[in-house]
Design a protein around this ligand. Structure first.
Ligand code: SF4
Length: 417
């Protein structure tokens, strides 16, 4: 970023320092005083920050702080970065661990909820503490970094579970650890033959794009296939720096998927999401999920209705490239996992016909095939798999005469009140 595009507090920082991710980390805004010095906020904003920063940690990279417009109460960057008094409002539905990741954790730092994939948390540290973070119970609380003992337990667990074919490395932000430690993680996972793909969830391409260096790319390329999940929420976050970071990752052969969180006052508008997603495609980032905001403590002011998410998808599907249409999902409170929520395109159906409507509202009859038999069951390998690894409605469809019975589970602390 040329010096001319920097705010006064950063105008004299030499380009070499500004573009160095370690300088950016060393100079993060971590106190109310730092924010006052750099961004000169109003007294009302200062009071709000003071009221909540003891409870929820504050950290903003200089790069991201430079994108904030303090003159605008509606700046989407400011809303994601600057603590606000509304975080002190803890409403009845707020939960400490809304996704119950701790419940499904067989060893510290590992969540095994879905049959064939796990979530591996390798650090609690982020470069910036997003005000809407779901994992605020963990990230930024103690700044625990990579723990070799817990990590080895997680690796042993994955090695002993051959059904795990997909490992999602997250945190905190996993790209906050050194290249050497990250290489240790990737190498350990690649030594397990049944791990087919690795995903890295990182917000650094958005809030600290300087972290994407040639040496990081060179190291990670040795452990393909690796996918990147990143987290752009607004088109203002797509800058020459973040575009360059994504280009480097894409050129390195890492497919990049974006997971936007639907946030009131930041992006809860069909136009804003459409603009973001179209722009993401130009930097080779695929809009993957639009997340309903979770029920984490102190973030209820960011929540919108589910209806708003459906309205946004309605405004995208058919109105822009299919590639720009993410799946709108709700991560169910209580650890039920992700559920896609879609506008309803099927109006009704019979044995041989389906009545569907398109994005313009045109209603069409789709004739089902008259004679149709699946090859499913004709292939011996398929037959063998038929009753394996099926649960939920997929099991009901695969087996004759089966019922699903809800399982009793213990109430968590939030539910006990
Ligand atoms: S980068 Fe991700 S984990 Fe870290 S604070 Fe932001 S949302 Fe939370």
């Amino acid at each position: 970023m040329p010096k001319s595009n920097r705010i006064t507090a950063y105008a004299d920082i030499p380009a070499k320092a500004w573009n160095d991710w370690k300088w950016q980390l060393d100079n993060r805004l971590t106190t109310v005083e730092d924010v006052v010095r750099v961004l000169n906020p109003s007294q009302q904003v200062i009071d709000g920050m003071k009221a909540v920063s003891a409870q929820f940690k504050l950290s903003i990279t200089p790069y991201y702080a430079n994108l904030i417009d303090m003159q605008s109460a509606h700046c989407p960057i400011r809303a994601q970065a600057i603590p606000s008094i509304v975080e002190a409002d803890i409403v009845e539905s707020d939960m400490l661990d809304p996704l119950e990741e701790d419940r499904d954790s067989p060893v510290p730092g590992l969540t095994h909820r879905y049959p064939d994939r796990v979530l591996l948390l390798i650090t609690d540290v982020c470069s910036m503490y997003c005000r809407h973070c779901t994992r605020r119970r963990l990230v930024g609380q103690e700044d625990r970094t990579f723990d070799p003992t817990f990590f080895q337990q997680a690796i042993d667990y994955i090695a002993n579970h051959p059904e795990i074919r997909d490992v999602i490395i997250s945190g905190g932000d996993p790209l906050m650890v050194s290249n050497k430690k990250l290489e240790h993680v990737l190498k350990s996972l690649r030594a397990i033959s049944h791990v087919e793909i690795i995903r890295i969830g990182s917000r650094l391409p958005v809030v600290l794009p300087m972290r994407i260096t040639p040496s990081l790319i060179k190291m990670m390329r040795k452990y393909h296939p690796i996918y990147i999940s990143t987290h752009f929420n607004h088109v203002k976050e797509i800058t020459p720096e973040s575009a360059k970071a994504c280009t480097m990752l894409a050129d390195g052969g890492f497919p990049i998927n974006n997971q936007t969180v639907l946030l009131r006052g930041v992006n809860d508008c069909p136009h804003v999401i459409k603009q973001l997603n179209q722009k993401l495609l130009t930097i080779r980032v695929r809009p993957y999920y639009l997340y309903q905001c979770d029920l984490s403590k102190g973030i209820s002011h960011f929540r919108t209705s589910l209806g708003r998410g459906i309205q946004i998808i309605e405004a995208l599907r058919g109105h822009t490239s299919g590639l720009a249409v993410p799946t709108f999902v709700v991560d169910l409170p209580g650890g039920g996992g992700k559920v896609p929520v879609m506008p309803n395109y099927m109006i009704t159906r019979s044995d041989d016909k389906a009545v569907l409507r398109n994005y313009e509202g045109a209603i069409t009859v789709y004739q089902e095939p008259h004679r149709w038999e699946s090859i499913c069951g004709h292939d011996p390998a398929c037959e063998q798999q038929r009753y394996k690894s099926k649960s939920g409605p997929a099991m009901l469809l695969a087996r004759p005469h089966t019922i699903l019975e809800p399982q009793k589970r213990k109430l968590n602390a939030d539910e006990k009140g």
